[in-house]
Ligand binder design. Sequence first.
Ligand code: GLU
Length: 493
Amino acid sequence: MAKVRVRFAPSPTGPLHIGGARSALFNWLFARHYGGELIVRIEDTDLERSAPEYEAMILDSLRWLGLDWDEGIDVGGANGPYRQRERLEIYRPFAAQLLSSNAAYHCFCSEEELEAERRALSAAGELPRYLGKCRSLTAAERERLCAAGRQPVVRFRVPEGRVLLVDDLVRGRVEFASDGIGDFIIVKSDGIPTYNFAVVLDDALMGITHILRGEEHLSNTPRQLLIYQALNFQVPEFAHISLILGEDRSKMSKRQGAVSVVQYREDGYLPEALVNFLALLGWSPPGEREILDRRELVSLFSLERVSKSPAVFNLEKLQWMNMNYLKNAPLSVIFELCLPHLVRAGLIEDRLSPGRRAWLEKVVDSVRAKLSYCAQATEVAAAFFGETAELADGDEEARLALAEKTAPAVISSLREKARQFAEWDEETVRQVLKEVGKELNVKGKALLMTVRVGVSGRSHGPDLTALLVLLGPQMAARRLDYALKNFLNREDD
Ligand code: GLU
C-alpha cells in the first residue's frame, strides 16, 4: 500500500461533538496503524457559521483526546495553507479549467427563480433539483446578464445517464444514478467554493489516500467523484462510518450524550476513557476485551472490523468505562478534576492552604471508587462539607435508623466520646465505635447506620470510618449534637 495519508477536516461551526471526535479518532488510528500521516485542516467556507473560536475549541479538544497530526493547522507542512478560506487562489484555476472544458458553466438564476423551480418540482412529486436553465447560455446572453449586474455562480454540468460507483471500504459497492443529482454549485456568487468542490481539491492536492468520514457524507460522494473525474485526479478510497444513534435508535439527543467533547472534559471524564469508548462506536476489537489503551487500539484497528450498522451511544457504558480508567488514575489527576466542581458548588474555597489541600486529597481518595465521572464529587463527597448536615428529604432508611429506640443513646454517646479528642485516626474511630456498641449493647445497622445518619443526615454515603476521621472528632461531635436537637428533637440525653 502507498503511504497512507488521511485527513480530518472539521467545519468550525461549533465545538467538537462525539461524531466528529469519532471520525478524527478513526482517522488517527488508521494513520498510526499503518505508519501513515494524518492531516488536520479546516473547512471554513461557510462564512456565516464559521468562527475562529470554534476552530480553537476543536483543536483543543483533539489535543485533549491525545490525538496528534503530522501536517496541517498549527503544525504546518508542504501542502498549506490548511484553512479553505486561505486557499481561494489555489481553487480558482481549477474552476476556470472546468469552465473552459465545459464541465461547468455560469448560472445566473436568482434565489427566487430557484425557489420557484424547487416548489414546482416538489408539487409535481419530483426530486427538487436544478433543471439546467443556464446550461446552454450563449456568450452574448452571459454578457448581457453580467452587464445587468447579475453575479453568477459556477455549476458543475452533471452528465446524464451515468452510474456512479463508490467502492466503499465499509459499505461495499454503492451506486448512484447521475440523473437524480442535478447540476450543483461549485463556486458561489461571492467566489467562495462550495464544500463539494473545495474538499475534492484539498484531498487531491494533499495526496489523501483514504477518506474516512461519517455516513452523512455518503450522498456527497457521487458529486465529488464527478469532480475527480472531470479534473483527472486519482480517486482516493472511501470509507463511510455509520451514524451514531441514541439508545432508542433515534437521532442522538443531548440527554443521550450528544454533547461536545468539552462538556465531557468539564464533567471530569478522562481522555483515555473517551478515546476507548469512541473507538468502540462502530468498530469492534477482535477478542472479548473492551478496555484497550491507546497503543492496543492502534495495533488492533482495521477497517474490516468497522460495522455497517449504526453505532449506538450508551452513556452508561461510557460511565462504566470512565470509572474503570479512574480506578487506575493517580489521585493527583482525580483531585484536579474534582476540585473545580467542589469550588463551583461552594463546598470548598478556591485558595486552599496546604493543610486543607491535604485534607481534601484524603476526601477525594475516600470517594474516588464511587465516581463514574468527577463532577459527581459534589454529590458523592457532600457529607464531608459543612458545619451541619440536614436530614435528607425522602430518605426512608435514614428515618428508620433514627426511629430505633437506641438511636438517641448511640448518638449522644458517640458525641461525648468524640468531644474528648482533638484528632482521631481510623484505628481510634473503630475503637470508639466499638465501645459505644458495647456499652449500649447495639451493633450492626442499629449502630453504624444511626451514626451515619447522625453525622451526615443520610443513609448512604462515603465509608463511615473515613467520614468520621476526616470530619475530625470536634466536627463529628457538633454534627451529632445538631442531629440530637434537630433530627430527634432532644435537648440532651
Ligand atoms: N467539514 C466536514 C464536516 O465537518 C467534513 C467533510 C469531509 O470529511 O469530507 O462534516
